[in-house]
Design a protein around this ligand. Structure first.
Ligand code: FCB
Length: 479
């Protein structure tokens, strides 16, 4: 796969269209993840996850924040469901916290944990909202990390067992399933750069984690299909739309595309690992983690592919050895997220930027959707995350987040342009329903279309939330 095709200077519209209409069955909704919103980390038998451990380690999270309370969604479920209904959300993508279901990552189901997600699913269905369940959004039970985490092959088998428990409990009501959210982050930020839990900084470990995440996905898909007739199964990947800074950077693009994108798309969707990825990383790992039969297990037919997109990635060749990381939107915790990314640097990209420092480039979303649909014909796509952090200031009962409205308008326009060019795009879920715990950045970055006051837990629909509600109501990009 090569997503980098279009030079970013190409003459493009500004993507600020209004009046564009989406098909009636195009799902528009919002997404969240368990650790980022639920809080209640020791309620009802939940075990600790790697994110509890990581966030309570000094220096890892801005402001020393943790997910202990988050937006207290666990205790405010009914009111939050009502809020979703008020906004008219058609689909809600949530994740299930593995340590609520199996507190130590193995053994029987914790009934109280299942009970929470069962109430969530019922509450969605009662309100006419389609549930989309993600099985893993980064909160690995700490006990499994203690046994090696994703560097341990066994974790993939534990994941398949956990999948069976959840599918049996919710499969009578949930049709749309996602195995993993952004396994690139789990592997390369969790075990490579150290910016995410568990915070390890070891390139070989990151590559092993990548493979075991792929294996976990491959083992889980048939389990869901066996238990849930008519299931629509997917994985969600965070694609890097890699662009060359100049005409000497083609190899840099190839390397980063291999590490960031083809490391997952090729084994999941085409079968086997890219030879160039194996070659680029051979001084770091001998790849003995791939065992006979693994590539066949990982290559499972999928019903749709989840696409998370925020910004583009600019790369340039340089004459140093190790990858030079700068301004690529992740915290510097000492390790590299690009083992094998030798001779690549990440120059500062053209603005404007969100408050994450991520560049705003709706044309990247259009390019991405077009290239995925070219490379994987017949595979429906869904934007499972897109959104922006800005420093919102509530004014009384309103939050005038014009920049977020503009960001969303431009990215919905990009998606619409892809649809018009024949991309089989089934829906678009905004990140995020609420302001929440933004991983290494804690509560300092707000992505919500609903503002949360972290002292009172009061929710206030932002102007972007009102804009999304209108978009959903009319299925037309508002003026
Ligand atoms: C994605 C994550 C999501 C959120 C957004 C901003 O990488 O999947 O949880 O943090 O970024």
């Amino acid at each position: 796969m090569t997503i980098q095709m279009q030079p970013h200077t190409r003459d493009r519209p500004d993507y600020r269209d209004s009046g564009l209409e989406f098909p009636a069955d195009f799902l528009i909704g919002a997404a969240t993840a368990a650790y980022q919103i639920e809080g209640a980390v020791s309620a009802d038998g939940r075990g600790p996850s790697i994110w509890d451990t990581f966030s309570s380690t000094p220096g890892k999270i801005t402001g020393g924040d943790t997910g202990e309370v988050a937006v207290d969604h666990y205790n405010r479920l009914e009111a939050d469901l009502d809020l979703m209904a008020e906004l008219g959300i058609e689909a809600y993508r949530f994740s299930i916290a593995w340590p609520r279901i199996q507190p130590t990552g193995t053994g029987p189901a914790n009934a109280a944990g299942i009970g929470f997600y069962s109430r969530l699913v019922d509450g969605l269905i009662d309100r006419g909202i389609r549930p989309i369940a993600t099985l893993y959004h980064w909160d690995l039970p700490q006990a499994l990390e203690d046994a090696g985490g994703w560097t341990n092959r066994e974790t993939a088998y534990r994941f398949a067992e956990y999948t069976r428990i959840v599918a049996e409990a919710l499969g009578d009501r949930v049709r749309m399933w996602t195995t993993l959210n952004e396994p690139w982050c789990s592997a390369f930020l969790g075990y490579g750069s150290g910016a995410h839990a568990p915070g390890r900084t070891d390139g070989a470990a990151a590559l092993a984690a990548m493979h075991h995440l792929n294996l976990a996905h491959g083992l889980a898909v048939p389990v869901i299909r066996e238990i849930v007739p008519g299931a629509e199964v997917s994985a969600t990947l965070n694609f890097h739309v890699v662009r060359p800074a100049d005409d000497t950077s083609a190899d840099a693009v190839r390397r980063i595309d291999a590490l960031a994108n083809r490391s997952f798309t090729q084994p999941m969707l085409l079968g086997g690992y890219p030879q160039d990825l194996i070659d680029d990383t051979k001084s770091i790992s001998d790849w003995s983690f791939v065992q006979p039969g693994d590539t066949a297990i990982i290559h499972q037919p999928l019903d749709f592919l989840g696409v998370n997109y925020y910004s583009t990635t600019l790369v340039r060749a340089w004459d140093g050895v190790a990858p030079r990381e700068r301004a690529d939107g992740h915290k510097d915790m000492g390790g590299s997220s690009w083992p094998g990314g030798d001779g690549v640097e990440f120059p500062l990209q053209e603005g404007p930027y969100t408050s994450m420092g991520w560049n705003i480039a709706p044309d990247g979303l259009e390019d991405l959707l077009l290239s995925l649909s070219r490379e994987h014909p017949g595979l429906p796509l869904m934007v499972t995350e897109n959104g922006a952090a800005f420093d919102d200031e509530p004014e009384g009962a309103r939050v005038h987040d014009q920049q977020r409205v503009d960001y969303l308008r431009r990215h919905f326009t990009a998606a619409h342009r892809a649809l018009q060019q024949g991309v089989d795009l089934r829906g678009y879920l905004v990140w995020s329903l609420f302001d929440n715990f933004e991983w290494g950045y804690g509560y300092s970055k707000r992505f919500g279309i609903v503002h949360v006051d972290y002292v009172t837990q009061e929710r206030t629909v932002k102007d972007s939330g009102l804009w999304i509600a209108r978009l959903i109501d009319e299925h037309v990009i508002p003026r």
